[in-house]
Design a binder for this molecule. Structure first.
Ligand code: NAD
Length: 487
């Protein structure tokens, strides 16, 4: 084992970058800390512009051969990566939980199988990717998806490997080479993915993983002229910086950003179902971009809804995310905890009432919180908290519900609880959101378009939309005339 390998819950993890098929160390490291107990897991290579340039060069060198690799072979390797993920689900799960504090049981049963599925899905989709030829005055139009080139993928800490592979899999399937930069608070599973991809036979330089702070290595990656695509998931301020550096080269961007999504509960809803959907919003300690953090409840059922919500939320167990019975783990970082508490304390000072929670707990935990008496234009209603903090407002009419739902700068998702299908259709048509769930939450199919409107994002990924983004689309028009007669 190299001096650069650390052991995380019994699993060996290399702390260096993975560039051109080799492990590369930086001169400096940064500490990776576990949110479970605040302990330092290890020192991780702290990338700079130098490693960014090396990774882009490796991706550029590997691109022609990977782009020319047949679809069938690319798909075969992606399935082999999925096999590797499935073999290591236990290891990936415990490493991810140690690194980001999300529930071990969710990683085991939901997240890591889904990581494998990301590779299988885009491998299979690649094989059936086609557009029917069409004719223009006897000429044939044929649409093809040409690989675009080296792609920089930058991801956040709330669902590290899940969100990374949601980009890595389609980018590789498309025939692009990749430079993945995971978040500095959760660098570990990306390093394991590099091992898994190499074992699966992915050629050197096709997937590169660089570590480090966004402010130090990020600009060098996103402003590099040899980068042909940038896909980013993270916060709005970072997205704006990335868009600025991408502008110099007109590098196409896909941005998956924050949200402040509503849960609309109408009086005709199955109230137990509505409460179940509402309590789900504490998942991952509220660190979910899609979370419906604003409850908008019809006045006539608001009291009963609140009563049942408080009862149900009171049954949640908060604690060590490795525990089988735990529902809510820690928040990612002391800075994040401070940010969450700042939002809550300012809201309370402005007149909000904490029906439950409203305070920190020991360690890196925040009490599940529900705030009422909040004004529509207040910070707590308008800004993403990214913690277990929800607000509740009431409405009198359907029009008012829609107006409140749409009245933020975001547009990622919306959830409706209603027993009336006509109302669901009417309301959905008026909502600004990339995804609307009716009487359900978080049902996601990779063939659906995914993304946000307004400040929640630019572009859509998923199914063919991913290939549209990662590829240069080409239309070939062929005349029926002009062929030499070889008859
Ligand atoms: P963040 O913007 O702080 O960081 C995200 C990534 O960007 C990290 O890898 C970071 O190192 C990198 N980065 C920072 N500065 C950079 C720069 N100048 N250049 C290049 N890269 C840079 O976001 P975060 O706090 O890690 O994640 C939380 C945010 O992500 C929330 O707003 C959440 O809603 C959003 N999110 C969105 C989705 C979605 O699909 N829409 C999913 C998950 C999270």
């Amino acid at each position: 084992m190299s001096e650069h390998t650390i052991t995380v819950a019994g699993v060996a993890v290399d702390t260096r970058h993975w560039i051109g098929g080799e492990r590369v160390a930086s001169a400096q490291t940064f500490p990776d800390v576990s949110p479970i107990d605040g302990s330092t897991i290890g020192g991780i290579s702290r990338g700079t512009a130098m490693e960014a340039a090396a990774a882009v060069a490796a991706a550029k060198a590997a691109f022609p051969a990977w782009a020319a690799t047949s679809r069938a072979e690319r798909a075969r390797i992606l399935h082999a990566i999925a096999d590797g993920v499935e073999k290591r689900i236990e290891e990936l799960s415990i490493v991810e939980t140690t690194d980001n504090g999300a529930l071990l049981r969710s990683h085991r049963r939901g997240v890591m199988p889904r990581v494998a599925h990301n590779f299988r899905f885009f491998a299979d989709w690649l094989l059936k990717l086609e557009h029917e030829d069409f004719e223009t005055r006897g000429h044939t139009n044929h649409v093809s998806w040409d690989p675009a080139g080296p792609s920089v993928l930058i991801t956040p800490w709330n669902a590290p490997l899940m969100l990374a592979t949601w980009k890595v899999a389609p980018a590789l399937a498309a025939g692009n080479t990749v430079i993945l930069k995971p978040a500095e608070w959760t660098p570990l599973t990306a390093s394991l993915l590099a091992d898994i991809a190499a074992e699966a036979g992915l050629p050197a330089g096709v997937l590169n993983v660089v570590q480090g702070y966004g402010s130090e290595i990020g600009d060098a990656l996103t402003s590099h002229p040899d980068v042909r695509r940038i896909s980013f998931t993270g916060s709005v301020p970072t997205a704006k910086r990335i868009a600025e550096s991408a502008a110099a080269n007109l590098t196409p961007l896909s941005l998956e950003l924050g949200g402040k999504s509503p849960l609309l509960v109408f009086a005709d809803a199955d109230l137990d179902l509505a409460v179940d959907l509402a309590v789900e919003q504490y998942d991952n300690a509220g660190q979910v971009c899609l979370a419906a953090t604003r409850f908008l409840v019809e006045e006539s059922v608001a009291e009963e809804f609140t009563r049942r919500f408080v009862e149900k939320a009171g049954q949640l167990t908060q604690g060590d995310p490795r525990g089988e019975a735990t529902d809510i783990g820690p928040n990612i970082h002391p800075l994040q905890l401070e940010k969450i508490d700042g939002f809550v304390q300012r809201a309370v000072a402005a007149g909000a009432r904490a029906v439950i929670g409203g305070h920190r707990k020991d360690g890196q935990y925040y009490a599940p919180t529900l705030l009422t008496a909040v004004a529509q234009d207040s910070e707590i209603v308008q800004e993403e908290v990214f913690g277990p903090v929800l607000t509740l407002q009431t409405f009198a009419t359907e029009d008012e519900a829609v107006r409140l739902a749409n009245d933020t700068r975001f547009g990622l998702a919306a959830t409706l609880a209603t027993g009336d299908p006509e109302r669901a259709e009417r309301v959905t048509a008026q909502l600004v959101a990339g995804t609307v769930w009716t009487n359900c939450f978080f049902v996601r199919d990779l063939q659906a378009p995914f993304g946000g409107s307004r400040h929640s994002g630019v572009g859509r990924e998923g199914g063919t939309w991913s290939f549209d983004f990662y590829c240069d689309l080409k239309n070939t028009v062929t005349s029926p005339n002009g062929w030499n007669n070889h008859g």
